[in-house]
Design a protein around this ligand. Structure first.
Ligand SMILES: [Zn+2]
Length: 165
Protein backbone atom coordinates (compact mmCIF):
# COMPACT_ATOMS: atom_id res chain seq x y z
CA UNK A 1 0.00 0.00 0.00
CA UNK A 2 1.10 3.53 -0.73
CA UNK A 3 1.61 5.88 2.14
CA UNK A 4 -0.37 9.10 2.25
CA UNK A 5 2.79 11.06 1.55
CA UNK A 6 3.45 9.12 -1.65
CA UNK A 7 -0.06 9.72 -2.87
CA UNK A 8 0.16 13.44 -2.27
CA UNK A 9 3.58 13.75 -3.80
CA UNK A 10 4.04 11.74 -7.01
CA UNK A 11 7.37 10.04 -7.57
CA UNK A 12 10.01 11.49 -9.85
CA UNK A 13 9.42 10.39 -13.40
CA UNK A 14 12.27 9.49 -15.73
CA UNK A 15 10.38 7.75 -18.55
CA UNK A 16 7.02 6.90 -20.04
CA UNK A 17 5.88 4.77 -22.99
CA UNK A 18 7.54 7.09 -25.54
CA UNK A 19 10.45 8.93 -23.98
CA UNK A 20 13.20 8.62 -21.40
CA UNK A 21 15.74 10.91 -19.74
CA UNK A 22 19.42 10.64 -20.62
CA UNK A 23 22.57 12.75 -20.89
CA UNK A 24 22.27 15.28 -23.70
CA UNK A 25 24.80 17.04 -25.91
CA UNK A 26 22.53 20.09 -25.85
CA UNK A 27 22.21 20.81 -22.16
CA UNK A 28 22.92 18.46 -19.25
CA UNK A 29 20.01 16.09 -19.55
CA UNK A 30 17.46 15.65 -22.28
CA UNK A 31 14.49 13.58 -23.40
CA UNK A 32 14.98 10.86 -26.00
CA UNK A 33 12.66 8.71 -28.08
CA UNK A 34 12.28 5.18 -26.75
CA UNK A 35 11.08 3.91 -30.10
CA UNK A 36 10.09 5.21 -33.53
CA UNK A 37 7.33 7.76 -32.94
CA UNK A 38 4.91 8.79 -35.70
CA UNK A 39 4.17 12.44 -36.46
CA UNK A 40 1.32 13.84 -34.38
CA UNK A 41 1.90 11.59 -31.35
CA UNK A 42 1.27 13.21 -27.98
CA UNK A 43 4.40 12.01 -26.24
CA UNK A 44 4.37 13.61 -22.84
CA UNK A 45 2.22 16.10 -20.97
CA UNK A 46 3.80 19.19 -19.42
CA UNK A 47 2.44 18.98 -15.89
CA UNK A 48 2.73 20.74 -12.59
CA UNK A 49 0.71 22.86 -10.18
CA UNK A 50 -1.35 25.64 -11.76
CA UNK A 51 -0.33 29.03 -10.45
CA UNK A 52 -1.88 32.44 -11.15
CA UNK A 53 0.07 34.55 -13.68
CA UNK A 54 1.35 36.85 -10.98
CA UNK A 55 2.86 33.95 -9.06
CA UNK A 56 4.22 32.45 -12.29
CA UNK A 57 5.98 35.70 -13.14
CA UNK A 58 7.47 35.86 -9.67
CA UNK A 59 8.76 32.28 -9.94
CA UNK A 60 10.29 33.05 -13.35
CA UNK A 61 12.04 36.13 -12.00
CA UNK A 62 13.44 33.99 -9.19
CA UNK A 63 15.03 31.75 -11.79
CA UNK A 64 12.45 28.99 -12.21
CA UNK A 65 12.88 28.21 -15.90
CA UNK A 66 10.09 25.64 -15.92
CA UNK A 67 7.16 28.05 -15.66
CA UNK A 68 5.00 27.43 -18.71
CA UNK A 69 2.26 29.81 -19.80
CA UNK A 70 -1.02 27.88 -19.95
CA UNK A 71 -3.50 30.64 -20.73
CA UNK A 72 -4.24 34.26 -19.85
CA UNK A 73 -4.87 33.48 -16.20
CA UNK A 74 -2.64 30.59 -15.27
CA UNK A 75 0.88 29.26 -15.60
CA UNK A 76 2.08 25.73 -14.97
CA UNK A 77 4.96 25.39 -12.52
CA UNK A 78 6.73 22.53 -14.27
CA UNK A 79 9.68 22.37 -11.87
CA UNK A 80 8.17 19.43 -9.99
CA UNK A 81 10.02 16.08 -10.14
CA UNK A 82 7.07 14.23 -11.69
CA UNK A 83 7.05 16.53 -14.74
CA UNK A 84 8.98 14.40 -17.21
CA UNK A 85 8.50 16.99 -19.96
CA UNK A 86 10.76 19.47 -18.18
CA UNK A 87 13.77 17.55 -19.48
CA UNK A 88 13.03 18.36 -23.11
CA UNK A 89 15.54 20.89 -24.47
CA UNK A 90 15.00 23.81 -26.80
CA UNK A 91 16.26 23.57 -30.35
CA UNK A 92 16.38 26.02 -33.23
CA UNK A 93 15.27 23.10 -35.43
CA UNK A 94 12.87 21.21 -33.17
CA UNK A 95 11.15 17.90 -33.94
CA UNK A 96 8.38 18.51 -31.42
CA UNK A 97 5.95 21.29 -30.57
CA UNK A 98 4.10 22.21 -27.43
CA UNK A 99 0.37 22.07 -28.07
CA UNK A 100 -2.28 23.46 -25.73
CA UNK A 101 -5.48 21.46 -25.59
CA UNK A 102 -8.29 21.45 -23.00
CA UNK A 103 -6.17 23.12 -20.34
CA UNK A 104 -3.30 20.74 -20.94
CA UNK A 105 0.05 21.21 -22.62
CA UNK A 106 1.38 18.27 -24.61
CA UNK A 107 4.67 17.78 -26.40
CA UNK A 108 3.63 16.48 -29.79
CA UNK A 109 5.81 15.06 -32.58
CA UNK A 110 5.99 17.55 -35.50
CA UNK A 111 7.38 14.83 -37.74
CA UNK A 112 8.27 11.16 -37.54
CA UNK A 113 10.94 10.74 -34.86
CA UNK A 114 13.43 7.89 -34.85
CA UNK A 115 14.26 5.76 -31.84
CA UNK A 116 17.08 7.39 -29.87
CA UNK A 117 16.58 10.91 -31.28
CA UNK A 118 16.55 13.74 -28.79
CA UNK A 119 13.13 15.34 -28.26
CA UNK A 120 13.39 19.12 -28.72
CA UNK A 121 10.85 21.90 -29.06
CA UNK A 122 10.65 25.66 -29.43
CA UNK A 123 10.53 27.15 -25.91
CA UNK A 124 8.73 30.16 -27.40
CA UNK A 125 10.67 32.60 -25.25
CA UNK A 126 9.97 36.26 -25.93
CA UNK A 127 12.42 38.83 -27.22
CA UNK A 128 12.92 41.02 -24.17
CA UNK A 129 15.65 39.07 -22.37
CA UNK A 130 16.94 36.85 -25.11
CA UNK A 131 20.59 37.70 -24.40
CA UNK A 132 20.26 35.93 -21.04
CA UNK A 133 19.38 32.70 -22.82
CA UNK A 134 22.12 31.53 -25.17
CA UNK A 135 21.18 28.46 -27.23
CA UNK A 136 23.50 25.50 -27.42
CA UNK A 137 21.38 23.23 -29.58
CA UNK A 138 24.32 22.69 -31.93
CA UNK A 139 22.26 22.80 -35.09
CA UNK A 140 24.09 24.24 -38.08
CA UNK A 141 21.37 26.89 -38.31
CA UNK A 142 21.39 27.62 -34.57
CA UNK A 143 20.29 31.18 -33.98
CA UNK A 144 22.55 31.52 -30.92
CA UNK A 145 19.81 32.40 -28.47
CA UNK A 146 16.69 30.70 -27.19
CA UNK A 147 14.00 32.75 -28.88
CA UNK A 148 10.70 31.72 -30.35
CA UNK A 149 10.92 31.10 -34.10
CA UNK A 150 8.11 33.63 -34.35
CA UNK A 151 10.26 36.38 -32.87
CA UNK A 152 13.64 35.77 -34.48
CA UNK A 153 13.04 38.39 -37.16
CA UNK A 154 12.48 41.01 -34.42
CA UNK A 155 15.75 40.15 -32.72
CA UNK A 156 17.59 40.32 -36.03
CA UNK A 157 16.09 43.72 -36.66
CA UNK A 158 17.06 44.97 -33.18
CA UNK A 159 20.61 43.77 -33.67
CA UNK A 160 21.00 45.45 -37.05
CA UNK A 161 19.54 48.65 -35.55
CA UNK A 162 22.09 48.46 -32.73
CA UNK A 163 24.94 47.91 -35.18
CA UNK A 164 23.99 50.78 -37.45
CA UNK A 165 22.85 53.10 -34.69
ZN1 LIG B 1 20.00 26.75 -31.23
Amino acid sequence: MKSVAEENFPAEKMENAYVFVDESDVHHKGLFAKKDIPKGTQMVEYIGPLVPKKEGNRLSKDGNVYVFSLDRKYDIDGSVPWNLARYANHSCRPNTESVGRDNQIWLEAMRDIKEGEEITYDYCYGVSEYKDNPCECGHENCFGYIVSQKHIHKVKKNESDENTG
